[in-house]
Design a protein around this ligand. Structure first.
Ligand code: ADP
Length: 371
């Protein structure tokens, strides 16, 4: 929308009509003071400002507009019938105007100028937005690097410590202890391995290079393996299964990648439920030939506002970020894997009560739809 400011209503009406007939949306102000009130309320694309006005003149209005950060970038075209000397024109540009037209002016030229200024302003604004987005991305990246270094450093420090202890106990011929320390350092190396694999997956997703190996596989052993592997890593936890039997049913998908989803959902269900021992895996075969798996925990839960962002890259629920280690990549990778299987995913959760993370994928997708 364009704002025309002129103290003579006949001028306002004439110019409004001309510009409206050329397809512009127009608003008007009969004084500099009224113009200032209006610019603060509406985001105008351009202002056409009469120079000669009683009260605040056009130059003063332009300077005031240039003083507010919200309005400083709105292009201004001055119109003047009287002040045509070089000195006035210079003053017009100095007060923030983009152009200075002398009456009588050619309407076609005015329309061309308006279009050009509006276009230039749009370009400038989109560049500005891009710069801000890049700055934000840059600072997020810095923050990520610092968290990632910390996350990688923690298991690395433990490995160093355990190897030192193993060396000492070996010196004392205490092979039983040496074995324990080596086992512990192996666990930490596994952690490191996971972190690095997740980092690599995340960059592969960003560059579209993550590869899938789709094959038919049996669902029953698949599910048992995933659950067994978690039981092995967390011996104290009770994992119960409910739902239908998967015996004899096979699915077309990438078994390893889908196992990655299961392990992620399950290890989160354990990690974010420090005061509970129970996790349930519910399996359903839906009438539309989809497999639906839900991992249900009785953990800390997630508030409704946060739930939407959980599957985004590097997203971690802020309130819990210091209490639990992590990089916020797991669910993002799960989301990508499920999407690539033509599936859907989601969460139902209540703070303090627990969460249900689920995914739903077709059992026999059309191979051509998988990529
Ligand atoms: P990470 O666990 O490394 O932070 P994820 O991508 O697996 O990364 O999870 C993202 C965030 O979602 C976690 O930081 C956590 O705040 C939240 N979250 C994931 N699973 C659960 C769960 N079962 N219960 C509560 N919060 C969860």
């Amino acid at each position: 929308m364009i704002l025309i400011v002129d103290d003579k209503s006949e001028n306002l009406i004439a110019l409004s009509k001309t510009l409206e007939s050329r397809g512009f949306q127009i608003d008007t102000a009969i004084s500099g003071e009224e113009a200032l009130k209006k610019v603060l309320k509406h985001p105008y694309d351009l202002i056409i400002l009469d120079v000669q006005m009683p009260g605040m003149d056009g130059f003063e209005v332009a300077e005031a507009i240039g003083g507010y950060s919200k309005t400083a970038d709105i292009p201004i075209i001055f119109l003047s019938a009287v002040n045509v000397s070089k000195e006035f024109i210079t003053k017009g540009y100095a007060s923030g105007g983009r152009d200075y037209l002398v009456k009588p002016f050619d309407t076609d030229i005015l329309v061309l100028k308006i279009k050009t200024f509006i276009k230039l302003n749009q370009v400038q604004q989109s560049l500005q937005t891009e710069i801000e987005q890049r700055k934000l991305a840059e600072s997020k990246k810095d923050e990520f690097i610092s968290i990632a270094s910390h996350e990688l450093n923690t298991p690395l420090t433990s490995v160093k410590g355990y190897l030192q202890l193993a060396e000492n106990s070996l010196g004392k011929q205490r092979l039983d202890q040496t074995k324990i320390f080596l086992e512990r350092s192996k666990k930490q190396v596994d952690k490191l391995n996971h972190l690095v694999a997740d980092l690599l997956d995340t960059t592969k997703i960003a560059s579209g290079k993550i590869k899938f190996n789709y094959q038919h596989f049996e669902l029953e052993p698949f599910m048992q393996n995933a659950i067994e592997s978690i039981r092995h890593s967390y011996p104290g936890k009770q994992i119960t299964t409910t739902g239908v039997s998967l015996s004899g049913i096979s699915l077309l998908g990438d078994e390893n990648r889908l196992e990655q989803v299961m392990l992620n959902y399950l290890s989160n269900a354990i990690k974010y439920a420090p005061d509970s021992n129970e996790v349930t895996v519910d399996v359903q075969l839906l009438p539309d030939k989809h497999l639906q798996v839900s991992v249900i925990d009785q953990g800390i839960g997630i508030s409704h506002e946060r739930q939407l962002q959980l599957f985004e890259k590097f997203y971690r629920v802020e309130e819990n970020a210091n209490r639990f280690q992590g990089l916020g990549m797991g669910l993002y990778i799960c989301a990508e894997i499920i999407k690539r299987h033509q599936g859907t995913y989601g969460v139902q959760s209540e703070t303090g009560k627990g969460s249900t993370f689920y995914f739903k994928i077709p059992i026999n997708p059309v191979m051509a739809d998988l990529n």
